[in-house]
Ligand binder design. Sequence first.
Ligand SMILES: *Cc1c(COP(=O)(O)O)cnc(C)c1O
Length: 114
Amino acid sequence: MVTVHCETTTGILNPIEDFGVLLKKYGIQYIVDSMNAFGAVPVDLTSCHIDFLISSSNKCLAFNKALTELKEEGGVEGRTIRYQANFSILKEGMSALGFTEYLKDEHQGYIINT
Ligand SMILES: *Cc1c(COP(=O)(O)O)cnc(C)c1O
C-alpha cells in the first residue's frame, strides 16, 4: 500500500503509524510518500512499519545546506516546534480575518493549511 504522509492539496497529515500497524498485521508492504513532510514531521520507520519512504531535497530538505540548518535548529523536533508555532500564528490570524479551515482539527497537519 502507498500513502501520502502529508497530502499536498488539503494539508491532511495521515496517521502513518496507525496504517503501518494494520498493514504489518496483514503482511502488506508499506510505502510512504513523505516528500513534503520528511525533515519537518518526525517519522519512526520502525514503529510505523514503513518498508520504503519517499523524499527528496526540494521541500523540507535541500540536502547539504538543509541538513546543516536542520541540525542548527535542533533537528526535526526543533523544526516541528517552529512550524507548529508558525501554523498557530497563521491559523489565528486567518481566523481573525474571518477565514474558516477546510479540515477538522483532528485531520489537520501543521505544514499546509487549506
Ligand atoms: C511535491 C510532492 C511530490 C513531488 O515531488 P517532486 O520532487 O517535485 O517530484 C510528491 N508527493 C508529495 C506529497 C509532494 O508534496
